[in-house]
Ligand binder design. Sequence first.
Ligand SMILES: *[C@@H]1O[C@H](CO)[C@@H](O)[C@H](O)[C@H]1NC(C)=O
Ligand SMILES: *[C@@H]1O[C@H](CO)[C@@H](O)[C@H](O)[C@H]1NC(C)=O
Length: 224
Amino acid sequence: MLPTTLLAFALSLHSISALSLQRRAVEFYDPAAVGGSMVDSTGNGLGEPLNVIISGLSSPAALTDSGIVNYAQAIGYSKECLGLHSGAPQTANLGDGNGWTDQLLELRADYHSTAVGTCLESVVGGNHFRVWRQNGSLADSGALFLAVSKEKSFIAHHSPIADGYDIGRDELVQAALGTKSHGGVTYSTVARNVSGLIAPGAEGINHGIAQDGVVTVLTVTIVG
Ligand SMILES: *[C@@H]1O[C@H](CO)[C@@H](O)[C@H](O)[C@H]1NC(C)=O
Ligand SMILES: *[C@@H]1O[C@H](CO)[C@@H](O)[C@H](O)[C@H]1NC(C)=O
């Protein structure tokens, strides 16, 4: 896009969101359209792919801070094991005008035990994800962007396994699809894949681990 076109685009988005009281109903906005990136920052010039999006068309209650934690628990994840945090927060720029912001949450596979499972995951390794929300005034979709990876153990400094970005994404999606319940809420989840948001390969990707460039968009509907 030409700079003037981009500016006009940004201004039109801005005035739309300033005028409307309600968030616009869209799945998500491509962060790259307004200066963001579908790769987060690990602080070393590289990053992890934002390889799963929870669509802005999901039930609003599933997209709140407590809503995403309950949904994560329904599909087999929990908040991090106390005291075994795996390192500094990562940042992402979702092109919504908020710039590079710290991850909102980090959740880990809990091995079917919400109380102690994430501690096990922290020690033996497994699947985990970080979450950001696209809610700045330039792209207020309300969608959640997830960086998912399957990693080695705490002792191995939590680096992803070979192919750990694609495998992590696919395992999370498999666990999420269909009907799942937790905390008295029942969710129905459908998925579709989007290509073209992230270039396939290892360029710019942390640990030099190649990924296939596929982003899976989940739409989560609360059905009971
Ligand atoms: C946008 O989301 C962030 C967390 O990602 C939150 O801290 C902030 O309050 C939200 N902003 C609005 C306007 O809801
Ligand atoms: C998305 O792509 C992955 C990787 O190719 C594949 O395993 C998965 O089945 C696809 N999911 C859908 C919903 O097409």
